[in-house]
Write a protein that binds this ligand. Sequence first.
Ligand SMILES: Cc1cc2nc3c(=O)[nH]c(=O)nc-3n(C[C@H](O)[C@H](O)[C@H](O)COP(=O)(O)OP(=O)(O)OC[C@H]3O[C@@H](n4cnc5c(N)ncnc54)[C@H](O)[C@@H]3O)c2cc1C
Length: 410
Amino acid sequence: MHIVIIGAGIIGLAAAHRLLDLGLEVTLVDRSEPTAASRGNAGIIAHADILPLASPRTILQAARWIMDPLGPLAVRPACLPRLAPWLARFLFASLPSRVQRSMHGIVPLQAMALPAWERLLGRLRLTGELNRQGMLSVFESTGAFEALKPSYRSQLELGIPLELIDGSVLRTLEPALSDTFQRAAFFPSVAHVNDPYELALKLAAAAADRGAQLMEAAVSGIAIASGEEPVVVLEGGRTLAADRVLVAAGAWSKRLSACLGDSIPLDTERGYNATIAGPGLVLTRPVMFEEHAFVLSPLKGGLRVGGAVELASTAAAPNWRRVEALLAKAHAFVPGLEEDGRVDWMGCRPSLPDSLPVISASRWSRKVVYAFGHAHHGLTQAAATAELVGALVSGDEPAIDLTPYSAQRF
Ligand SMILES: Cc1cc2nc3c(=O)[nH]c(=O)nc-3n(C[C@H](O)[C@H](O)[C@H](O)COP(=O)(O)OP(=O)(O)OC[C@H]3O[C@@H](n4cnc5c(N)ncnc54)[C@H](O)[C@@H]3O)c2cc1C
């Protein structure tokens, strides 16, 4: 059976390996997009995150953040009319009853996330790509720390290891941090990759070695006649025949799923970062600054300072002042930070308003499968998603109930 995968981001690449495991003939098509989220993300396998972004907490924080033009949340006014339906759905998903519903989808997928990466990287002899120094989530105010205590209880009940520590213990773990941080949660089982782009390149090379065909081309659509096989249409009019198609085109997947008549409210939460080759200090593990929604990640190529959310279209020009705002905070939080060899980047997270991805067959054809919309957790959930895609394509029983990720839930 031949499958064409549209999108060689981390989701498409992980899926390619699962489908090769199952004996399929795989063609991966990608137009190579510099703002693809898998290139420049923070590299964290954040399987301990179990709270949906759409929640009363985010709504309260958003009201404060949005007042600051360079704060961690920005909305481009010109994009508001287009974004309004997505924002309305996000608000609805933030109702307490809906948060519980989203968590029913997040928890099992996150529980699969790290073991699935271990299986995939183990088979490919790439386990050295994972670092296991854990992650810190740090707080300046005791109030903000206390507010997350119910979440810590839920994480512990789910068997996620975590230690609540004070400022003095925190500074023994990460001496470079400023002493303004009073409390922290330490997640020892959270992992991070050496470099997310390098991992993607290694997965692509390994897929090619295993017989996958990698093709650089832009897909303009998918056509399907009733009962017939799907056809992938490339820009310029060339077509690729396939027995199955997997749409894993990240933030650009909406137009492709619409070709088949699926109406999926996908949009993008853009994020920015700067990677500093010579930061002049050492961090051992990623540090999440909860009150400021940004993260410092020690990667192979340097210290990555990133995060924040900008609601704007995939095509809108970047606002590089947002990186300056992130760096101003980073200088305050890790005194002594230098900026030698700094490279700035903006990327497009593929986001659905209920904080859950779509991992599902199309409503109109079981021969077309969707895997997109992983928002802040696409790297984390890629290998787990790949296993679920494998079940959808082969017809085997999936490891978890796929109802929460259905394309028809909207
Ligand atoms: C600043 C930032 C930090 C992040 N940090 C983390 C983190 O620490 N941990 C984590 O788990 N997640 C993180 N994420 C989220 C994560 O990066 C994404 O969820 C994930 O990369 C999405 O992967 P994807 O394969 O779905 O999409 P992408 O990586 O965007 O890939 C989609 C691919 O499809 C291709 N494509 C699109 N349209 C077409 C077309 N028509 N024809 C051909 N090809 C096409 C593109 O070229 C692209 O290569 C972060 C994101 C950002 C922006």
